[in-house]
Design a protein around this ligand. Sequence first.
Ligand SMILES: CCCCC/C=C\C/C=C\C/C=C\C/C=C\CCCC(=O)SCCNC(=O)CCNC(=O)[C@H](O)C(C)(C)COP(=O)(O)OP(=O)(O)OC[C@H]1O[C@@H](n2cnc3c(N)ncnc32)[C@H](O)[C@@H]1OP(=O)(O)O
Length: 265
Amino acid sequence: MIQIPNVPDGDNIPQLCHQTLVVPTAVLVPAPHGATAAPHGIAMTIGGVPPPRPHCCVSPQALCSVSPQDLAVPNAGWSVAMREQFQHLLRRTADGSWRRIPSYRRGLDYLPEVVQMVVGPVTGPGPRHFLRNLDAEGAGFEYAIFLHSSGHHAQCLCQLGPYLEGHHGFAHGGAIATLIDTTVGACALAVAKTSVMTAKLNISYLVPMPVGAVVVADSRMERHEGRKIFLSCRVHDTKGDTLYAEATALFIQVENTKPPPAARP
Ligand SMILES: CCCCC/C=C\C/C=C\C/C=C\C/C=C\CCCC(=O)SCCNC(=O)CCNC(=O)[C@H](O)C(C)(C)COP(=O)(O)OP(=O)(O)OC[C@H]1O[C@@H](n2cnc3c(N)ncnc32)[C@H](O)[C@@H]1OP(=O)(O)O
């Protein structure tokens, strides 16, 4: 059975206090495994070039992330609104009714034994999570997923950055689809406790989502029939005033899924 790894409680989560998209002066992060880490901490302004993430492993040949780093915590690219909402959602975890799910660059950065159990033996670096491989804080997908103890309800707090722009000033529909797929996927994974694949994703885009907006994707399992898991998702602002998109999805439970050889770097 998949056990979603334990996560630190609120006290252990870094509390960063920088203003949006402004971080300290550059430091060079030492990189084991022969990889060259990018300089981190370049101050930027909205519309400028975002700072690269620390401990970045960009080589396809790299065996794993230099240091598995939980990325579902505040960083310098998070807006004040994103931080405030994160703290709000984190407070709900205190009584155990919700938990924050950690998030890494690569599948193998989760507990390797969990990954082996879900997808079978993995050699090489394992799958990348493309949402986590934009090496700039605040540029792409900034998010944290929270899972209800029922395992049937997931909420993803998300800020879509400037690299995800479609129409001027607004998030690309494909990026919103990715956010939804990831949220319903996390919910389906929690329900299935085996690997799952998206079979169908039906999205209604209702209101353009501004780049940088802080939104919540709220997903629920609607029904579970054999290997089929039907889910719904609503993406709204943090107050629930604006509904940006709603979706339904079908996930199929698959056992021991192995990526096709061509998919491996
Ligand atoms: C690595 C794990 C680490 C664990 C770490 C722990 C925590 C992680 C936390 C958070 C992670 C967050 C999110 C991650 C999760 C997921 C998000 C991303 C998921 C994807 O991004 S994934 C890529 C896109 N996805 C594909 O690339 C699928 C291509 N496709 C196929 O691979 C097959 O097509 C498949 C497998 C779908 C089915 O194939 P199959 O052979 O297994 O099953 P089969 O065809 O027999 O269908 C069985 C029954 O489903 C019905 N059915 C099937 N497809 C249907 C459809 N489209 N519409 C309506 N009904 C459908 C049939 O009608 C039948 O129904 P019935 O039983 O009633 O007859």
